[in-house]
Design a binder for this molecule. Sequence first.
Ligand code: NDP
Ligand code: GDR
Length: 375
Amino acid sequence: MSKNKVALITGVTGQDGSYLAELLLEKGYEVHGIKRRASSLNTERVDHIYQDSHQENQKFFLHYGDLTDSSNLTRILKEVQPDEVYNLGAQSHVAVSFECPEYTADVDAMGTLRLLEAIRFLGLEKKTKFYQASTSELYGEVQEIPQKETTPFHPRSPYAVAKMYAYWIVVNYRESYGMYACNGILFNHESPRRGETFVTRKITRAIANISQGLEKCLFLGNMDALRDWGHAKDYVRMQWMMLQQETADDFVIATGKQISVREFVTLSAKEAGIELEFTGEGLDEVATITAITGNDAPALKVGDVIVKVDPRYFRPAEVETLLGDPTKAKEKLGWVPQITVEEMCAEMVENDLNKAKQHAILKEHGYNITVTVES
Ligand code: NDP
Ligand code: GDR
């Protein structure tokens, strides 16, 4: 039982950070998280576990900070003296990394170095274990199917290149200074807390909004892309497990199954009682409703076109297919994912449908409801 351990999570306000903070609190950890200053509130994903500083036995603490600021990271590490650091903070959107390559490198690559160097500078390298949020995007233009720990990397975006630096600097600090530092090479993982501009959440949210008449059409980029999608809850469990071993090591975390973006659309629509047919090719591809079952789509009728292609969402270089082989994680750590892509999709659609139905009721009663569709 890891009762009195202290953990520091960068990116605690993100999808994984919020699930990991929950998990560590359940395990009795004192959990510290770094949040960024923003002009509007950005703690929605951790508000339910927030603890007021006036509360007795406070176990969850938030610190203002940024991965671009060494002095701030050093000060927080000195104050917190963590047993475990989980570096989940990142500019994590692949498409955005083409728009902001320098910032992405600063946060995702240099940010990792700043943290490792601060740990070393403070003399914590023998006390503090370090987890790095590495990614299947490292494989990019894949050299082998499925991808495992020994598969060569070929990153295809400024995000992936920055994460490749982070991957190797973690290995280097492990080899140079004997630090317990490891990479989780995680394949895509989603949940109802997934950021709204990643494709799965964009799809489940749009299907929900369209079904309630709050949005007209879902515009997507490359629907042929194949991904190995798991559930974030399963994956943060593995992040913790990786830091509980005798020696540090790197692991691929994946389900070993893949489906296309198009199949994820079909799956999501089905969850909302909508049957779709895809016709046309390339930029002319559309999805038309062929049947409606149940009562979840009052705003729609058979024949409506609800999905179209918008080349704005194509990327300068695409990662067409990712499929992970999690054998090492299974054999060495006993980790197996418990939630299937179908179950995850159902949970996401249900969550977004509930929100959309609430908005639709408010709209019906004259409230001015605007749904953000820019993504
Ligand atoms: P999110 O985008 O949901 O969360 C990213 C977090 O990083 C947010 O808390 C964000 O803060 C924070 N952040 C962004 N920029 C900075 C900065 N400059 N300084 C400090 N914090 C910052 O990502 P996920 O939770 O999905 O992913 C967690 C990590 O795992 C990321 O590093 C991601 O690259 C990596 N990863 C994710 C995978 C996935 O499929 N989800 C797969 C493989 C790797 P704010 O809330 O203010 O924006
Ligand atoms: P990815 O996730 O790039 O794999 O990175 P994302 O959900 O953004 O894209 C998956 C695939 O879907 C295609 N796609 C679209 N993507 C978005 N976002 N919006 C669209 O409209 C759209 N249409 C098609 C993409 O081209 C791509 O092929 C995620 C992030 O969480 C990273 O931080 C993480 O490292 C990797 O997963 C593993």
